[in-house]
Design a protein around this ligand. Sequence first.
Ligand code: ADP
Length: 170
Amino acid sequence: MAKQRVGVYPGTFDPITNGHMDIIKRSLGLVDQLVIGVATNPSKNPLFTLEERVNIVTRETAPLVENSGTAIEVVPFDELLMKFAERVGADFIIRGLRAVADFEYEFQMTGMNYQINPDIETVFLMADPKYQTIASRLVKEVAMYGGNIAPFVPQQVGLEVVAKVDGMAK
Ligand code: ADP
């Protein structure tokens, strides 16, 4: 039997957006198993707890498994990305690349990761142009000012972001 290709898609997913969803859908065609790594990332001061983010990503990606047949596992992590990737037996790290904004950071991170473990390849995918400008940070900002975030996130996630932001304002 051919070797199973395992990809890791790491992120903070605070919250998961239509941009993330598009990258996940594209990844499913490339790997046999996709591990979505949800980073604790306390330095980013997340709106949602780690447990909430894991639960939301799990719920939103569940229908994709049925459609693609590719296994998806959603796993929290709080360690060096390369250590996490090695631990789950990943062959690839998958990252989404948006216009110029992501390039510098991704370029540096990939360069350093190749020195840590040259056997794990980083693969960059571009989202559909209509999702390229979506960023979790901006979704939260729009919601805090009462703007409509429906075009940017899955429906249920939109309701959860608004509820969270409203709860904080009280
Ligand atoms: P991180 O804290 O690792 O940047 P994010 O949740 O912000 O976590 O993003 C995870 C990955 O998804 C990153 O590779 C990021 O570039 C990518 N990504 C986020 N939003 C989009 C988008 N709208 N289109 C394409 N890629 C995206």
